[in-house]
Design a protein around this ligand. Structure first.
Ligand code: 5GP
Ligand code: ZN
Length: 120
């Protein structure tokens, strides 16, 4: 269920602090420690899952809960006119923390482009 060496598992168990904003039996949401937008939350399954690349059918309920809770979490934190949900995955996705997490990004103004468009 938890990986003793995983930083996000340690936030789940309370071993290290996190600014938690929502918790239920499947998922936990907390503020990103180094925000890149006025609203920057992380939402994770409470059970350790390294990456979306490792997801199995049994992970569906928690991953689904993340999707269905995202709009409410965004709205409750002031992103009431849209937001972006990002799940960086693996090396190419530049995932840094190996416990699946969705970034909820937003604010009052539109965010920057998702990625710079490659020059033709
Ligand atoms: P990734 O690049 O893996 O998608 O994003 C990892 C995110 O986790 C980064 O935005 C980083 O700021 C955040 N982060 C890393 N360590 C901690 C931590 O200990 N606490 C919190 N709240 N966020 C963290
Ligand atoms: Zn973990």
């Amino acid at each position: 269920m938890h990986d003793p060496n995983c930083i996000f598992c340690k936030i789940v168990t309370g071993e290290i602090p996190g600014k938690k904003v929502y918790e239920d039996e499947l998922i936990l949401a907390f503020h990103d420690i180094n925000p890149i937008a006025p609203v920057h939350l992380l939402v994770i399954p409470k059970a350790h899952l390294g990456s979306l690349a490792d997801a199995q059918a049994q992970d569906g309920p928690a991953l689904g809960r993340i999707m269905t809770m995202a709009a409410r979490l965004a709205r409750d934190h002031g992103a009431d006119d849209g937001f972006r949900l990002i799940v960086n995955t693996g090396r190419v996705g530049r995932q840094e923390v190996m416990h699946v997490h969705a970034h909820i990004l937003g604010g009052k103004e539109p965010l920057g482009a998702m990625l710079p468009r490659p020059k033709a």
